[in-house]
Ligand binder design. Structure first.
Ligand code: NPG
Length: 372
């Protein structure tokens, strides 16, 4: 498909409530949107990098800069016509920057699929028309407040709860939630690499609470330590930050560093790479689930399509728009009986509300492809 220009939008969306993790607090989502435009229409991508490089080395100003200075020029130089399947190869000389690359690939993918009248869900191989919705709850002010939040979201129909944990906020909240909501609640925890192997006895105390999994307890690069921890605790270990490529995913599984994988397209460099990780896990019988990065409706639409693939056997961090924003950049995703519907229209199957995007945009920048 032909691309004539790329438009970058920076949109600041306040979160309905602060979201606290073991590494920091998010109060607003600084969203970088990528629109590719050509004669056959346009396509949209969302960059999931956060404001600060605390979850991973990427951050939104850096992603914006690398897209401008290094990625778009490479796409422009690749020729007048480009398919989504070419994007990763064309950008491969630039090391890292997976979230920036993923946003561009998502936009090209959306544009191509829209032009072809085909949905992203179909293109990726989705087998479901709706996906179960999980909710991820940040570190709370108090156990009481956490219990109220869990009750509120269960009342809305969420089918699984994830608690953010860190040293000082781990066994107590898990014990309290289990005691209050009973053994049938699908419950998991996410440490965002806040522990070391020296904490393994403390982490083993979580074993008695029947958690689905513990996510990324140790450092991103510590596959060996995760394999050791997996021998010391009964709770299944799931990796998130560590899984930066297909090769790392396969290595982590083979070394026993995890038995479950969190798939995030941004971390892996795009939805096509994410599908390949899904396929590899599926072949090996390793369950996967779709992670979230507080996406707007655009990124959420793509995540929901991905999560409809057959290997996504655990509920993802996929919540309704109102869990994050008072108003979304697209028509809101609404919970239906604890599930989110998989968009079936062409491409992402959702369109940005352009008036609202313009109203909230801190900057809009057009980069022409023909430098002439
Ligand atoms: O529902 O989109 C969501 C949030 C899911 O907990 C969530 N994301 O580490 O997976 C994570 C986490 C995150 C939150 C990462 C904020 C980065 C910043």
């Amino acid at each position: 498909m032909q691309i004539d220009r790329v438009v970058l939008y920076r949109v600041r969306l306040p979160l309905v409530a602060p979201f606290r993790t073991s590494f920091g607090v998010e109060t607003e989502r600084d969203v970088l949107l990528v629109e590719v435009q050509g004669p056959s229409g346009s396509g949209w991508g969302e960059c999931v990098a956060m404001t600060e490089p605390l979850y991973s080395p990427e951050y939104v100003d850096g992603a914006h800069a690398v897209i401008n200075a290094h990625l778009v020029p490479r796409l422009a130089a690749a020729g007048p016509s480009l398919e989504a399947e070419d994007v990763a190869r064309v950008l491969a000389a630039v090391k890292g920057h997976h979230m920036a690359k993923a946003a561009l690939e998502m936009a090209v993918l959306d544009a191509g699929l829209r032009a072809a009248g085909r949905s992203l869900a179909d293109h990726l191989g989705a087998t479901r028309s709706r996906v179960p919705a999980g909710v991820s709850l940040g570190i709370s002010e108090s156990i009481d407040q956490l219990l109220q939040e869990v009750a509120f979201y269960l009342g809305q129909g969420y089918v699984r709860v994830k608690l953010k944990i860190g040293p000082g906020w781990d066994t107590e909240p898990v014990r309290a939630v289990r005691a209050r909501f009973g053994p049938d609640l699908l419950l998991q925890v996410d440490a965002n690499s806040a522990y070391t192997l020296a904490d393994s006895e403390r982490l083993a105390q979580l074993d008695e609470y029947g958690l689905l999994l513990i996510e990324q307890p140790l450092g991103e690069h510590d596959l060996a330590a995760h394999a050791e921890l997996a021998c010391r605790i009964a709770t299944p270990v799931c990796l998130d930050e560590s899984i930066t490529s297909l090769a790392v995913a396969v290595e982590a599984i083979e070394r026993g560093a995890c038995t479950i994988v969190n798939i995030k397209a941004g971390r892996l460099g795009g939805y096509l790479a994410a599908k390949r990780v899904h396929d590899a896990c599926y072949e090996r019988g390793v369950p996967v689930w779709c992670g979230g990065m507080l996406e707007s409706g655009l990124g959420r639409a793509a995540n929901v399509a991905l999560a409809a693939l057959p290997g996504f056997t655990l509920p993802g961090d996929l919540s309704a728009s109102e869990r994050y924003f008072r108003r979304d950049l697209t028509a809101p995703f609404v919970l239906e009986d604890g599930h989110l519907p998989v968009p079936s229209g062409p491409g992402l199957g959702v369109a940005p509300d352009l008036a609202f995007v313009s109203e909230m945009a801190a900057s809009v920048e057009e980069i022409g492809f023909r430098t002439g």
